[in-house]
Design a protein around this ligand. Structure first.
Ligand code: HMG
Length: 384
C-alpha cells in the first residue's frame, strides 16, 4: 500500500490584517455575529504589492530552503484567484524561485477544491515515480463585494506542501470519497473581481457534498468513522466546520465530539477564508496544536463550490513533532500589520488594469513582491 503524503508544509499570508470587531462597527452589526455567529476574529488583507503569486512564492521559498530542489518533478499551484487566463501562477512562481526547467508547472482550478485536486495529482506522480518529489501550493485571496453578507468571510493565505513517498507529517490513505454535483452556489464570472454567492444555497450545497462524499468513502471501504481520531473540514468561516461536523454525526448516526475538530479552527479564525488553502491551513493548525497525534487518523473534507467534494484520510507521522513548526506558523499570523476599515476599503477598491503600465508601492515585507504592470505583463521581484 502506498504511504505517500505530505512531508512538510509552510504557510504564508498577507502584510495587513483587519479586525472583525472594527468591520462589525463600521457595518452597524453586533460584533458577536462575526466573532461567534460566523466564528471569525480577523482577516488577512493584501497590500498593493501582494497577490496569490507572491504568497505562493513566499511559502514555497521557505519550504525549499529546508528541502532543496533535488528530485523535484512538479510544481502544482491551485488557485481560484489566478492572475492570468493563460499563464499559470505556477510558471510565475517557478521563475521567481529559480527552479530547474525539469520541473513541470501547472495551475489547477475547481473553486476551493483545487488544492485537493493538486494533492491527489501529486500523489499519483509520486506513486509512479517514488523518488520524485512534488511541490503543491494552494494560494487564494477571498473577495466579496464591500458591504455584502460575504464580506466578513474574506481572507487570504497560501500553503506550500512537499509531497513525497515517505512523508513525515501525514501519509494519505488510498480511499477517497468523491462528490461532483453541478450547482450555482458560488462562482466568479470572468469579468468580476469579486465572487457571486447564494449564501444559504452554498451552505446547503457544502453539506450535501459532505454526505455524498462520505457515502462514497464508506462504500469504497474507507475507515469506519469510529476509527477517525480528528477531523478537518473546509473552512470558509470556522462556524461552517462546526456545522459540517454536526452534519456528519447526524448522517452517520455516530456521536462525534466537537473536540475532534476544535484545534483545526485556530488559524482560519485569524486568516479568514483562503479558498484552496483553507483545508491545509486547518491541517497545520491541528498539527501545531496537539502533541499526541503520532499514528492518529485524520479525516479531511475538501469542498469547492460549483461543486466538488472529497472526503479522505491520512495517518500522522511518528516524527511529526520534529517537523512541524508552530512558532513559525504563529509568527506568519502575528506579524501582520493592522489596517482600519477605511484603508481596507481603499485596498479592496484598488484594481489595476492590464492596459496601462503601473508601478506598485513598496509595502510588503515578504521576500517577493508584485512590482506592477509593464507591457501588459505582470512583473514580480525579490525584495531582499
Ligand atoms: P448572513 O446572512 O449575513 O448571516 O451571512 P446569518 O444571518 O445567517 O448569520 C450568520 C450566523 O450568525 C448565524 O448562525 C446567526 O444565528 C449568527 P447559525 O444560525 O448559522 O449557526 N448570529 C449571531 N450569533 C451571535 N450573536 C449575534 C448574532 N447575529 C447572528 N448577535 C453567510 C452568512 C455565511 C451566508 C455569508 O457570510 C456568506 O454569504 N458567505 C460567503 C459564502 C460562504 O462562505 N459559504 C459557505 C459554504 S460554500 C464554501 O464553503 C465554498 C467557498 O469557500 C468558495 C469556494 O469553494 O471557492 C465559499
Amino acid at each position: 500500500m502506498s504511504t505517500a503524503g505530505i512531508h512538510d508544509l509552510e504557510l504564508a499570508t498577507t502584510h495587513h490584517v483587519l479586525d472583525m470587531a472594527d468591520l462589525a462597527a463600521a457595518r452597524g452589526v453586533d460584533p458577536n455575529k462575526y466573532l461567534v455567529g460566523i466564528g471569525q476574529s480577523r482577516m488577512s488583507v493584501p497590500a498593493p504589492d501582494e497577490d496569490v503569486v507572491t504568497m505562493a512564492a513566499t511559502a514555497a521559498s521557505r519550504l525549499l530552503e529546508r528541502h532543496g530542489t533535488e528530485d523535484l518533478r512538479a510544481l502544482l499551484v491551485a488557485t481560484e484567484t489566478g492572475v492570468d487566463q493563460s499563464k499559470a501562477v505556477a510558471t510565475f512562481v517557478h521563475g521567481m524561485l529559480g527552479l530547474p526547467s525539469s520541473v513541470r508547472s501547472v495551475e489547477l482550478k475547481q473553486a476551493c477544491y483545487g488544492g485537493t485536486a493538486a494533492l491527489q495529482m501529486a500523489l499519483g506522480i509520486v506513486a509512479r515515480e517514488p523518488s520524485a518529489r512534488v511541490l503543491v501550493i494552494s494560494t487564494d485571496v477571498a473577495r466579496y463585494a464591500l458591504g455584502t453578507p460575504g464580506e466578513p468571510t474574506q481572507g487570504a493565505a497560501a500553503v506550500a506542501m512537499l509531497v513525497t513517498a515517505e512523508p513525515a507529517l501525514l501519509a494519505i490513505e488510498p480511499v477517497s470519497g468523491l462528490a461532483t454535483i453541478d450547482v450555482d452556489d458560488f462562482w466568479r464570472p470572468n469579468d468580476s473581481t469579486t465572487a457571486v454567492v447564494d449564501g444559504a444555497l452554498s451552505m446547503g450545497a457544502y453539506q450535501n457534498s459532505l454526505t455524498a462524499a462520505w457515502d462514497d468513502f464508506a462504500a469504497r471501504g474507507g475507515a469506519p468513522i469510529e476509527q477517525i481520531d480528528r477531523f478537518v473540514h473546509h473552512q470558509p468561516f470556522t462556524k461552517m466546520a462546526r456545522k459540517a461536523h454536526m452534519t456528519l454525526a447526524r448522517h452517520t448516526g455516530v456521536r462525534l465530539s466537537g473536540a475532534q475538530m476544535e484545534s483545526g479552527l485556530a488559524y482560519n479564525r485569524e486568516l479568514g477564508n483562503s479558498y484552496t488553502a483553507s483545508l491545509y491551513v486547518a491541517l497545520a493548525s491541528l498539527l501545531d496544536a496537539e502533541d499526541d497525534l503520532a499514528g492518529k487518523r485524520v479525516g479531511l473534507f475538501s469542498y469547492g463550490s460549483g461543486s466538488v467534494g472529497e472526503f479522505f484520510t491520512g495517518i500522522v507521522g511518528e516524527d511529526y513533532l520534529a517537523v512541524r513548526r508552530p512558532e513559525a506558523d504563529r509568527a506568519v499570523i502575528e506579524d501582520r500589520v493592522p489596517v482600519g476599515v477605511e484603508e481596507y476599503m481603499a485596498l479592496h477598491r484598488r484594481v489595476l488594469s492590464s492596459e496601462e503600465d503601473a508601478e506598485t508601492p513598496r509595502v510588503t515585507r515578504a521576500p517577493f513582491r508584485f512590482a506592477g504592470i509593464q507591457g501588459r505583463a505582470r512583473r514580480y521581484e525579490a525584495t531582499g
